[in-house]
Write a protein that binds this ligand. Structure first.
Ligand code: ZN
Length: 693
């Protein structure tokens, strides 16, 4: 049977995406079609006669259809954006970028639509006049929407409005180029080792993979090892390679990605893009009436001001610096000589080994991926009274990916998620959760939430099943925490459902919260078992693992504080001119490092050039969110420490106060609802061993 125009699989939005059929050619027509529908709706709303409507009627006539339009567009776009991240091809990248430009234009046009904004404002006015007839979540949704209209320049004169949309369009495109440069620069690097002695110290699984890579590039097995620059390989080399030459080579390649330095100097240099991104953001802030982009960014966050954030970070610096200095000195003493940047992780591993006789590689066999996943599911099943089961009938984009259904105890479906956990060359690096379907309850129809949980773990090799380091277990729990926040929501409106509408500095709360369990004795028992014997982690190894938690915690804390302060200061100052960008970025970084860093940094290090979180992602003037949310999450977990780590009522209180409410409830109010008081940093400092000075 032949058909002249086969149906576009992206338009089938009442079911899960059919990933086996979706191709780059479907993206543009589907997005165009949906945007056209949304635009006609907005035109219709502009003609609405609202004279006799009360607040609730107006909400139903304006907000509900707009929420539905948002939901449909999200369902069309999500698979495209996801495939671009996990199955990147040239064609998909082009389609993605073309769609992204269209979406940004639409988003700006929507946010600058005065008629629509007036309708939303009318709802609030009538609600006030009628003595608050809207439900609380409805009022909050409209208030947030009115705030966002303002941040998008809805009140600006026409000329400024046009400028604002140009800026947004340009910013999105520039950020996307930044990310592509990082990916291209990372993929371009490889290093071939032919002298077996150079492999000394490297874990077997890394060597095996390098041999396989060399074989597929044409070298006979055993004669050469080809190392690529993905995160697992990079980390294995700098932590374990006894060859200083090899460590330096990888450190340099990694820390100079997409810059004017290193093995591919100048080929994908992000420096001009960083300057441009900062200038675009600076102008966006000033056009909407803010002193700086940092101020603009904080308008939607839980933190109140730039000063509050800087004070928060500097207090943590002050509490961690003495420990960090002592820790670094201990590394130098151990080595018996001054340390280069590419020695630090290697010496840390040696000291860790000496103090705790423990290493990632010793622990890995006790954390087979399948066992970790089963244990993690069992933990949340108990705490939140839910069930998780695999469903192999759902089509995925790659054989490594699986689909799971999440159900209430009575078997009622609550949501679902895809897991795609292994590293691949065409996949964005790092680990993340993204939304496939957002929960919605509109006009009596309920759509259940679906998440993507993506990591880049080392795949099974030969006859060895995949095994995780303890850090990778933390990563998995982190992303699963985001997934649960997305899936367990009870919110009806997509704008506030799951992670939507949650301030950036509170969005890491559920994810970092779940990480805490990976340090608990009982939970470790649930998620570990030797890969060949199934034996539990021996008691003394477990003791040493837990004791190692606070090892070098000061240095680790300072590293994150350095990133956060660099990001906040960079966005709080006037943006650099085109001829000053490299100097200003370097100067800001040096200023922060002088106060915060205890580790030497070589001149060639160009870490900002691959700092995608703030230059390509949503963490601009928001990187502090990790620490902010970590304070909240440690404090939240301390309630479990007090009441019992597997205590079901505490789990239920967390579920109802935090996980279920999404953006529909004020983040601080939700926290206090759970904890019974405002947050304090004490639990975080205690967990990090930084309380006693
Ligand atoms: Zn996260």
């Amino acid at each position: 049977m032949t058909r002249s125009s086969p149906e576009n699989p992206l338009l089938k939005i009442d079911a899960l995406p059919d990933f086996r059929r979706i191709g780059p050619e479907h993206a543009i027509p589907a997005v165009d079609g949906q945007l056209q529908l949304n635009r006609s709706l907005i035109d219709e709303l502009a003609e609405l006669d609202t004279g006799g409507d009360d607040a609730r009627t107006l909400f139903a006539r304006v907000v509900v259809p707009m929420e539905r339009a948002r939901q449909r567009l999200g369902r069309v776009w999500s698979p495209i954006s996801h495939l671009n991240a996990v199955m990147n091809t040239k064609a998909m990248r082009e389609s993605y970028n073309a769609c992204l430009a269209k979406l940004t234009a639409y988003e700006t046009e929507l946010q600058q639509n005065e008629t629509l904004c007036t309708l939303y404002k009318q709802i609030l006015e009538r609600d006030r006049d009628e003595g608050s007839t809207l439900a609380r979540d409805q009022r909050r949704l409209v208030e947030d929407a009115v705030r966002d209209f303002r941040l998008s320049g809805v009140d600006l004169p026409t000329r400024d409005k046009e400028r604002f949309s140009d800026l947004m369009r340009e910013l999105t495109a520039t950020q996307s180029r930044f990310e592509e440069n990082v990916l291209d620069a990372t993929n371009a690097f490889y290093h071939v080792v032919t002298d077996e002695a150079e492999l000394d110290g490297l874990p077997d699984h890394v060597i095996t993979r390098a041999a396989e890579q060399a074989a597929s590039a044409g070298d006979p097995i055993g004669s050469a090892w080809r190392f690529v620059l993905d995160l697992p390989t990079y980390q294995a080399v700098v932590k374990h390679a006894n060859s200083e030459v090899l460590r330096r080579l990888f450190y340099e390649a990694w820390s100079t990605r997409a810059s004017d330095q290193g093995p591919h100097a100048g080929e994908w240099d992000n420096t001009p893009l960083m300057g441009q991104i900062l200038r675009l953001r600076g102008e966006i802030a000033s056009i909407t009436g803010f002193d700086s982009y940092a101020g603009y960014s904080l308008a939607t966050k839980m933190a109140d001001s730039v000063d509050q954030v800087i004070d928060f970070l500097e207090e943590l610096v002050a509490r961690s610096l003495p420990a960090g200095r002592k820790e670094f000195q201990a590394l130098v003493d151990f080595a018996g000589h001054s340390l280069e940047a590419w020695d630090v992780a290697w010496v840390v591993e040696r000291v860790r080994h000496k103090l705790f006789d423990i290493s990632d590689e010793m622990l890995r066999p006790y954390f087979p991926l399948a066992r970790v996943v089963d244990g993690m599911f069992a933990l949340v099943a108990k705490l939140f009274d839910i069930r998780i089961r695999r469903d192999d009938s759902v089509n995925c984009w790659h054989e490594d990916a699986q689909y799971y259904v999440l159900e209430d105890a009575d078997g009622r479906a609550r949501g679902g998620f895809y897991m795609d956990l292994f590293v691949r060359p065409d996949k964005r690096s790092g680990a993340w959760m993204d939304t496939c379907v957002v929960r919605a309850e509109l006009d009596g129809m309920t759509e259940l939430p679906v998440a993507y949980l993506v990591c880049n773990f080392t795949p099974p090799s030969g006859d060895q099943p995949a095994q995780l380091s303890h850090t990778e277990v933390l990563t998995l729990f982190h992303e699963f925490g985001h997934s649960l926040h997305h899936m367990l929501t009870r919110v009806a409106y997509p704008s506030h459902s799951g992670i939507n509408g949650v301030p950036w500095d509170a969005v890491e709360l559920p994810s970092q919260f779940l990480e805490n369990f990976v340090w608990d004795r009982e939970v470790i028992g649930m998620i570990s078992g030797h890969v060949s014997t199934g034996e539990p982690l021996p008691e003394d190894l477990l003791d040493r693992l837990i004791a190692s938690r606070t090892f070098n915690a000061g240095m680790a804390m300072l590293r994150q504080l350095e990133f956060a302060l660099f990001d906040m200061r960079l966005h709080a100052q006037a943006p650099p001119s085109a001829d000053q960008e490299a100097q200003q970025i370097a100067h800001t970084l040096t200023g922060v490092r002088n106060k915060v860093s205890v580790v030497p940094v070589p001149d060639f290090n160009r870490f900002p050039c691959s700092f995608s979180h703030i230059f390509a992602g949503g963490y601009a003037a928001g990187y502090y969110s990790y620490k902010w949310a970590e304070v909240l999450s440690a404090d939240a977990f301390s309630a479990f420490e007090e009441e019992g780590v597997l205590n079901v009522p505490t789990g239920q209180r967390w579920l109802h106060n935090v996980l279920e409410v999404g953006g529909a409830r004020d983040a601080m109010e939700a926290f206090v609802g759970f904890r019974g008081r405002p947050p304090t940093p004490d639990a975080l400092l205690r967990h990090s061993g930084l309380t006693a000075s």
